[in-house]
Design a protein around this ligand. Structure first.
Ligand code: URA
Length: 431
């Protein structure tokens, strides 16, 4: 294989044979294809796209770059899994895991780090002092047996090609590309041996898919990859025009996930968490439908078993589950409403970028993440505010970055005289 030739053919819009794609991806995983060639290839895919056969071949090659987990056979259970395409303030898995586990369904999940302006579940979990994201397969399976929930990083042995590619795409403007997102997500889900998968496809300003039409295309690609691999898949298309919940930033989001597991979370986030939990329970081997799944998920929150499971899970992975142990930023700055009105818009991308600039995410592969910084958006779309009310609060490492983020967050708000139409968090369900 001549790599430049392969890149050129993709750049010229040719369909590449499965064997050549596999050879290329496997060579990249073995460090035999340099980052700059893979980045050029991804950019060619941005402009030329991939056929369904190419996307499937890419997904299979990524899976073949490492080992596959056999959690289901080890546990003797049907394995359910969820994944999000990435958004701002998206800590859904951290609340869903303990709720589903408290209902008797194990959820073992491989998660990723922040990508672009979106946060990553692993970065959020690492805000918890002592939390270990690197578990061996044996540790993960033992924890699933004991506690019912484990969220881990991609170990070096699982889908290593995606791990490398994900980090490279993050810093080469090649994230928002349907076949690359679809193959990245589905390779992890399939290698993790999930039998049934709930995919949260984010739509809007803060998502990689800006419109419902684009999100439907991504959902269909992932459904098709699942179908080819013989798995059950449901896609929830969910609103990402504004941040999910109030908290954006790693430790802040962990606090909000804890509140939600205790039944004290913000409405939009709580609704998404309960809906996703209900669908996972309905897919599980409990033999129940969505309505009963919802009832059980709500009961696990109300009776405290979801929170107890959260505490056991965090301890099992070496972390301190007490929210008071989470790091706090030294500077907190209120962002105030300049006039009376209704919040008609709160741009998720602008808030995500403000959090990124504060240090909640990475601009380059080598950047360190500050777990304490971020933004709390107290006022969300549709809320009535009075001049001087706190719209948001910036949590920063120093005064200068707090002021800069404060300006950016204020600019993310639009206040109007009329309340905007209500937008549900779950916009559409496709399966
Ligand atoms: N999540 C992933 O796992 N991969 C992507 O490419 C985007 C979101």
């Amino acid at each position: 294989m001549r790599t430049t030739d392969l890149i050129e053919r993709k750049r010229n819009g040719e369909e590449l044979p499965a064997e050549e794609l596999a050879e290329f991806v496997l060579a990249f995983a073995r460090d035999e294809v340099p980052d700059y060639q893979m980045a050029a290839f991804c950019m060619a895919v941005y402009f030329r796209g991939m056929t369904p056969a190419e996307t499937f071949a890419l997904t299979e090659a990524m899976i073949a770059s490492g080992e596959t987990l056999h959690v289901g056979s080890a546990l003797g259970r049907k394995v359910v899994d969820k994944h999000s395409t990435g958004g701002v303030g998206d800590k859904t898995s951290i609340a869903v895991g303990p709720i589903v586990a408290a209902c008797g369904v194990p959820m073992g999940k491989m998660s990723g780090r922040g990508l672009g302006h979106t946060g990553g579940t692993l970065d959020k979990l690492e805000a918890i002092p002592g939390f270990r994201v690197e578990l061996t397969t044996e540790e993960m399976i033992a924890q699933l047996r004991d506690v019912g929930v484990a969220i881990v990083g991609q170990s070096a042995s699982l889908v290593p090609a995606d791990k490398k590619l994900y980090a490279l795409r993050d810093v080469t403007a090649t994230v928002d590309i349907v076949p690359l997102i679809a193959s990245s997500i589905m390779s992890k889900k399939l290698a993790g041996s999930a039998d049934a998968i709930v995919l949260d496809v984010k739509v809007g300003d803060g998502a990689f898919m800006k419109t419902l039409e684009e999100a439907r295309v991504l959902a269909q690609e992932m459904l098709e990859l699942g179908r080819r691999a013989g798995r059950e898949v449901t896609c929830l298309l969910t609103d990402m025009d504004q941040p999910l919940g109030r908290a954006v930033g790693n430790a802040l989001e962990i606090r909000e996930a804890i509140d939600t597991v205790r039944g004290e979370g913000p409405d939009d986030f709580t609704e998404l968490v309960l809906d996703a939990s209900a669908r996972l329970l309905a897919y599980s081997d409990l033999g129940i439908g969505h309505g009963e799944g919802r009832r059980r998920a709500e009961a696990a929150v109300a009776d405290g078993s979801a929170f107890t499971t959260y505490e056991r899970w965090i301890r099992a992975q070496g972390g301190d589950p007490d929210p008071r142990a989470l790091p706090e930023a030294p500077v907190q700055l209120a962002v105030q409403a300049p006039r009376d009105g209704y919040v008609s818009r709160l741009g998720a991308l602008a808030v995500g970028n403000a959090a990124l600039d504060l240090g909640a995410g990475r601009r380059t592969k080598a950047d360190a993440v500050d777990p304490a910084v971020g933004v709390l958006c107290f006022a969300k779309r549709g809320d009535a505010v009075l001049e001087g009310d706190d719209l948001a609060e910036v949590h920063a490492g120093d005064d200068a970055s707090a002021r800069a983020a404060g300006g950016a967050v204020l600019a993310a708000y639009t206040l109007a005289d009329e309340a905007p139409p209500v937008v549900p968090i779950v916009l559409e369900v496709i399966s």
